[in-house]
Design a protein around this ligand. Structure first.
Ligand SMILES: *Cc1c(COP(=O)(O)O)cnc(C)c1O
Length: 647
């Protein structure tokens, strides 16, 4: 946890995962206590917890890093962060960022018409920046101009030459010498999964020849001061700091030359891309980044300064559009384990009956032999495995041809898995030895499946789409040795709905997660961390699983448990998900009622039974779309429980 959590998460003395909003371990908040508190309020799972203080903490860290970097290199300009709301548009998240960032002068960035419409009224101060990226139609350009007429600092970033021409003529029509910025298509391409956001082949930005046409247009009207900002964006999660430095050098060169030509550029905007160290290693690898916040700020400040000094122009004010870096840490998804399944092995004391099938007896003998020879070397273990696999294959073909009863097949499978387990337990202790492929694979065949109450498609979309790994940790019993190994499978009827690639120590990709044997009556829970960027908002409704329940938590030392719940947003109900695909409760109820009535008329059901069935059906409209546990915890099972859900 210390490798990826930036100090915000750790393990408490009681073995529970804790969040440290102030990065001080001693004043950390026990996550299991937060969950228990919310459970008492009758919330449903999965549960997304937002730690609003962490959001604030990240803003302060980012500003701190730039403050230090600017001081260090004796930089002549300022730094401002603008939050790109596409990363997480939730109203409370944006408000919290504006609140927490107000003393530091934070601004916003939007990339579509709907985002602009949401962001514009949030600008309380006239000098709070709103940067508008994305393709802009005339309605969007009009709205930007309205914002400027109101005296707000709204700055469109021109993406295309014709967009510039429309903006120019719409501004002229209302007599405004409207300022703007330009997104430049750099030659430097990004690296990693979002590399196509920059470089020659990018769909974004204007080219250098087009840039010169914009400049000539301004010069012809003597309006050089309208050009306020120069922007690039290399793509999210820049994994290698060298790529960033190349891009910054390239754009600063453009800035310096335009500045010398007399343009009024004030801001250099380095876009987003400040990465998160999901993997916990400093490697330029898909899940990791090879730099810290401090190095990121230093790289930008020192490169810009160096180029500007060499070209003899003043240092621009710096802007970064860091979204992922601000929001990833603040939310944690809590999911319940609702079942742990392993390959069923024949019991230790299993002995075949006298007329068992030959294959059953053979496998049993093989198992006995393994037991008697605990010190077997690799070649013998390999031979034992080949024997077992051969017998099992033989059994499968006999079964398909009708020569093996189902009961015998069950015994054979149980013995086969018991043998595999024994062999695997032994070879796994020989850590340094290179294993033959069939023994190496054995390990992954023996990993358990843990069924979890969530949907990968709703809550962890990037894991499914691009194989992004997130830190996943049980939130309890972290002071006990975990004895089970599992992949997490979700509730969807989709074989892709699973997590089978995990972060662990070092650079390795782990195919399983260590977990504990759940105790009887215990609800065993996992925290999926660093999901505050993109995952909350991009999720889809595969199998009609809806948005999860959310709770917003603030740290407060005066509260008995060190926190208070500021808000709970209930997860989507069944009826809301159905309405998205045009099914409505009234119609469904009437149809169901018609079926039941006809069964009552024909005598197949008593009227009291029919009534009961219909009521039970109608109650489900208000259910959560996720798994409703039968009767654990403080809530009650049956229809009373449902009442709790639709409060
Ligand atoms: C998506 C996006 C961002 C945010 O990128 P992060 O990597 O999340 O910081 C910033 N600027 C633009 C133009 C974007 O499209």
């Amino acid at each position: 946890m210390s490798a990826w959590s930036d100090g915000f998460f750790s393990v408490g003395d009681n073995g529970n995962a804790q969040v440290n909003p102030t990065k001080d371990r001693d004043s950390g908040i026990d996550i299991a206590k937060v969950v228990a508190h919310l459970e008492r309020k009758g919330i449903t799972f999965p549960l997304l917890i937002r730690f609003q203080d962490v959001l604030k903490g990240r803003i302060e860290q980012l500003y701190e890093a730039f403050k230090d970097a600017l001081t260090e290199v004796e930089y002549g300009g300022t730094y401002t962060a603008v939050y790109p709301i596409k990363v997480n548009q939730l109203h409370e998240v944006v408000e919290e960022i504006l609140d927490a960032g107000k003393p530091l002068g934070i601004g916003l960035e939007c990339g579509s018409k709907a985002e602009l419409i949401a962001a514009l009224p949030l600008l309380e101060d006239d000098d709070t920046l709103l940067i508008c990226n994305g393709y802009k139609d005339s309605a969007m350009l009009d709205l930007i101009l309205s914002g400027q007429q109101m005296g707000k600092s709204v700055l469109p970033v021109v993406e295309k030459m014709d967009e510039f021409m429309s903006y120019d003529s719409q501004a002229r029509a209302i007599g405004l010498a409207a300022p703007f910025g330009v997104r430049l298509r750099l030659t430097t391409a990004g690296a990693g999964k979002w590399a196509d956001s920059g470089g020659d082949q990018s769909k974004f930005g204007i080219s250098v020849p087009e840039l010169l046409r914009v400049v000539e247009h301004l010069e012809a009207h003597d309006e050089q001061d309208r050009f306020r900002l120069l922007h690039f964006h290399l793509g999210s999660q820049i994994s290698d700091i060298r790529t960033l430095k190349r891009a910054v050098r390239e754009i600063t060169q453009v800035y310096a030359q335009l500045k010398r030509r007399g343009l009024g550029i004030r801001y250099l905007d380095v876009g987003g891309g400040l990465g998160i160290n999901y993997g916990g290693t400093y490697a330029s690898h898909d899940d990791a980044i090879n730099y810290s916040l401090g190095e990121y700020a230093n790289a930008i400040a020192s490169t810009v300064k160096e180029v500007c000094d060499a070209e003899g122009v003043e240092h621009p004010d710096l802007i970064s559009e860091s979204g992922r870096a601000l929001t990833a840490h603040h939310s944690v998804l809590i999911v319940n384990s609702i079942g742990l399944y392993s390959k069923e092995e024949a019991p230790e004391d299993y002995t075949p009956g006298p007329d068992s099938h030959r294959l059953v007896a053979d496998l049993h003998a093989l198992r006995e032999w393994l037991r008697e020879e605990p010190g077997m070397a690799m070649p013998q273990l390999l031979e034992a495995y080949h024997d077992a696999a051969g017998k099992r294959a033989e059994a499968d073909s006999l079964f398909s041809l009708g020569y093996l009863p189902l009961e015998e097949k069950a015994s054979i499978e149980g013995l086969y898995w018991a043998i595999c387990r024994t062999i695997n337990d032994r070879v796994q202790t020989w850590e340094s030895e290179a294993l033959p492929p069939e023994l190496d694979r054995l390990d992954s065949h023996l990993i358990d499946q843990c069924l979890c109450d969530f949907s990968v498609f709703q809550s962890l979309l990037d894991h499914w789409a691009i194989g992004q790994r997130f830190p996943i940790v049980p939130i309890q019993r972290l002071d006990e040795e975990p004895t089970r190994r599992a992949v997490l499978v979700d509730l969807t009827c989709d074989s892709d709905g699973k997590v089978s690639s995990f972060i662990g120590p070092g650079h390795r990709e782990y195919e399983f997660l260590h977990m504990h044997e759940p105790n009887p009556g215990e609800t065993y829970r996992f925290g999926i961390f660093l999901v505050g960027a993109y995952q909350d908002i991009m999720g889809d409704t595969h199998n009609l699983f809806g948005r999860v329940t959310e709770a917003h938590i603030y740290a407060d030392a005066d509260e008995p448990e060190g926190f208070y719940v500021e808000k709970i947003i209930r997860g989507t109900k069944v009826k809301d998900m159905l309405a998205l695909v045009q099914y409505f409760p009234n119609d469904l109820y009437n149809r169901m009622s018609r079926h039941i009535r006809s069964k009552v008329q024909s005598g197949q059901l008593k009227s009291s039974e029919g009534y009961e069935l219909l009521e039970r059906y109608a109650e489900t409209f208000n259910d959560s779309t996720y798994y409703t546990a039968p009767s654990t915890g403080p809530t009650v099972s049956g229809s009373r429980k449902r009442k709790v859900n639709h409060e």
